[in-house]
Design a protein. Structure first.
Length: 728
């Protein structure tokens, strides 16, 4: 065997002797190859379609040494070597791999075409009609079977040819099936539309490989669309025209004239909308059409609601106070009572305030008083967890906004709209800071203009994951009455979590215990650790030993690690692997290295799935793994949900989750790494959001320097939006 030589490309030809592992989702493969020239057996690792024992291949890659399994060839490209001898072709065709060709038919094909048999099937399948016993139907079956069998192979080899990672093969094959190679070659930029994000780079690499000019109109339009999509993924509703011009030039080498021409055609085709920007006389805001439609739609609908006077209810402040006392056994504070008295006189209103200021009590009271006035009240929140919490505190039914609006999965639309509005006099929305522009548009469109809308949220928390900054824009427009809850109640003042959350919001260092060894246990700790490795190790020990022992909390149900980033030693990916190893010793597992699910694992669902009725951010426990059927069952609050192989990308380990994913949820205990390695994400509103997720216990692990950076950084990236301006 050749000696190890790092970064030296080597090509080996041989036959597959044994497939040790193959992932059907991404085609990651570990196999033993018998090298033709030497007869040596080597381990090869990389991405390739399913291979049968005895298949002849050529692989190109680098020698690496695995700490456990020793020397391996990590291949970056491969080629299937079809047999060229009559005997080899006979074995290949009689193996059963090609549907429609049995031993008898294989003999007839070989007898007629000899060594050209495979080339005829692949390149001239029409010639199969020359073989006795093969008609048009049989020839079509053989052609289809051959294409299906070799489609993944051809697709992978094409991706290698255009220098795109083979990990995208599975996604492309799911999108286009056996037509994938043809689409990449003839209509590559279709991929940019069908596979947002990474699809553009695949399309652009293919287009340029096959001779499309850099300044071709098709490419320039695709580049502009990609840049606008990227801006929306970062939360922006639009991009400035000048920035687009500069980005197209610097990133894609597109000349100014071609950029302007492409922009004009996209405007004519109504793919984009260009608005003059009053803040920049020499610039303009460029929107993707759906985002502009949503933003304008919100403003127009709210203006329509503002234009209709509210019929003032026949109830005064004292009667409101008595009604709440009788219905809820709650004595409202003067601040809460004043807000409630004013709020019922407005068509649209916003309530905002930090923890401990009485938002929950006010929510219950608003719902109760409107019901007392004979109003039909609907309650909703952006996520399933937030909706369940809203239902718990109000003791009334509450739904996710998607469920409230009746999302139709098959049609891809909401059933509730201006023509089929919600049957409600009052709609109350909690956790309103999480609502993005698109969802707000659909919500406001479905609320009758004669009804009232009450939004409750904490303006100091992170904005929505989706594009826009709706709650902040609505407040900034000065068109909607905003009620600020400022008084922290005495009981809340006794909570270090509440007082420290407000300190963090104001940019002040929180009060904390620096160790958990005090006899009188605290609610808030800061454990000093310098290196990311020490931080990660400390977090594992806290979750495995110290918090369960000292606070009698369950590592699965009660403790949640919240981290700003996915990558790095203290990111979600590494922490999940460490915590899984520390907390779950089950051997009942499925998946490959780095993506293993075990029975007993805490997992999170990553996107709304209306068929399963599981939504983005829902957390459950894996209760069963059926390896034979390749099914993982997750228990969500005693409701089992099954995931087949193709659906497992909707799951991720949830011992550690991002702060963004925690919005709308509360946990008995949260543990938060805070290190300078997370510099780009060290923002005051992110830390504030993380801390306010904890109900009984908050532990920060990291450095004072990182904490100081986060507290000082109160200028998170401004989201570009025109909603406030449109409302004004």
């Amino acid at each position: 065997m050749p000696s190890e030589s790092q970064h030296l490309k080597i090509t080996l030809e041989g036959k597959i002797e044994h497939v040790t592992y193959h992932n059907d989702e991404n085609h990651y493969t570990i196999a033993r190859l018998k090298v033709s020239k030497t007869g040596n057996r080597v381990t090869i690792v990389g991405y390739m379609p399913p291979m049968n024992r005895g298949t002849a291949i050529s692989v190109t890659g680098e020698w690496t040494t695995h700490p456990k399994f020793g020397q391996q060839l990590k291949f970056s490209s491969f080629e299937t070597l079809l047999p060229d001898s009559v005997e080899g072709i006979k074995k290949y065709l009689t193996s059963g791999m090609i549907k429609g060709i049995g031993p008898s038919m294989a003999k007839k094909i070989i007898a007629h075409f000899g060594e050209e048999a495979l080339e005829v099937i692949e390149k001239e399948p029409g010639r199969l009609l020359e073989v006795d016993g093969i008609g048009k139907t049989k020839a079509a079956i053989i052609e289809t079977a051959w294409q299906a069998h070799h489609a993944v192979r051809s697709l992978m080899q094409l991706l290698q040819e255009i220098n795109i990672s083979a990990v995208f093969c599975s996604k492309l094959y799911k999108l286009y099936g056996t037509n994938a190679v043809n689409i990449i070659k003839t209509d590559p930029y279709r991929i940019a539309d069908d596979m947002p994000g990474s699809g553009f780079f695949i399309a652009d690499a293919a287009a340029q490989k096959f001779g499309l000019a850099e300044n071709d109109l098709l490419r320039v339009r695709a580049c502009i669309f990609h840049l606008l999509s990227r801006e929306s993924n970062d939360g922006h509703m639009f991009a400035y025209r000048q920035k687009l011009t500069e980005s197209c030039a610097s990133l894609f080498n597109i000349a100014h004239e071609q950029f302007e021409h492409a922009l004009d055609t996209m405007q004519e085709d109504e793919r984009i909308v260009i608005e003059a920007d009053p803040e920049s006389v020499n610039d303009a805001a460029v929107y993707l059409k759906p985002y502009h439609h949503a933003e304008k739609g919100i403003a127009d609908r709210l203006k329509a609601m503002f234009s209709i006077p509210v019929i003032k209810p026949d109830i005064d402040t004292d009667e409101i106070a008595d009604e709440i006392l009788n219905r809820l056994a709650i004595k409202l504070s003067d601040e809460q009572l004043e807000i409630l008295t004013q709020l019922i006189h407005h068509r649209v209103s916003i309530i905002t305030g930090g923890p401990g200021t009485g938002k929950t009590t006010l929510l219950r009271s608003i719902s109760a008083i409107f019901s007392a006035l004979g109003k039909r009240v609907l309650l909703a929140a952006p996520t399933g967890r937030a909706a369940r919490r809203l239902s718990d505190v109000t003791r009334r039914p509450a739904k996710t906004i998607h469920k409230l609006l009746g999302y139709n999965l098959e049609a891809g639309r909401f059933e509730k709209n201006p023509d089929n509005p919600l049957d409600a006099d009052v709609v109350i929305i909690d956790e309103a800071s999480m609502i993005d522009t698109n969802l707000m548009f659909h919500l406001i469109s479905a609320i009758p203009v004669m009804s009232s809308l009450v939004m409750v949220g904490d303006i100091s928390q992170l904005p929505s994951v989706g594009a826009g900054n709706v709650l902040s824009d609505l407040i900034g427009s000065d068109r909607i009455p905003v009620f600020y809850l400022k008084k922290i109640f005495r009981q809340a003042q006794e909570s270090l979590i509440v007082t420290n959350a407000h300190k963090i919001k104001d940019g002040e260092f929180p009060e904390h215990c620096s160790t958990g060894d005090h006899e009188d246990l605290s609610e808030f700790y800061f454990i000093y650790q310098q290196s990311p490795e020490q931080v990660a190790s400390t977090i594992v020990d806290l979750c495995r030993i110290h918090i369960p022992d000292k606070f009698n909390l369950d590592p699965y149900a009660d403790i949640q690690v919240l981290t700003p980033m996915h990558k790095g030693v203290a990111g979600t990916i590494n922490l999940n692997q460490m915590l899984q190893k520390a907390l779950n010793n089950s051997t009942d597992a499925i998946g490959n290295t780095g993506n293993v699910f075990k029975v007993g694992d805490k997992v999170m669902h990553l996107r709304n799935n209306y068929q399963k009725e599981v939504f983005n951010g829902d957390i459950g426990i894996i209760s069963d793994i059926d390896k034979k059927a390749d099914i993982v069952t997750v228990d969500y609050d005693s409701r089992p949900v099954e995931y087949i192989s193709d659906e497992r990308d909707e799951l991720t380990l949830a011992y550690a989750i991002s702060v963004h994913k925690s919005q709308g949820s509360e946990y008995p205990a949260v543990v938060i790494p805070i290190i300078t390695h997370h510099y780009t994400m060290l923002q005051r509103n992110l830390l504030y959001t993380a801390v306010t997720r904890g109900e009984k216990l908050v532990i920060l692990v990291g450095t004072k320097k990182a904490l100081a950076i986060a507290l000082k950084n109160n200028n998170p990236c401004r989201r570009l939006s025109g909603l406030a301006r449109k409302l004004q």
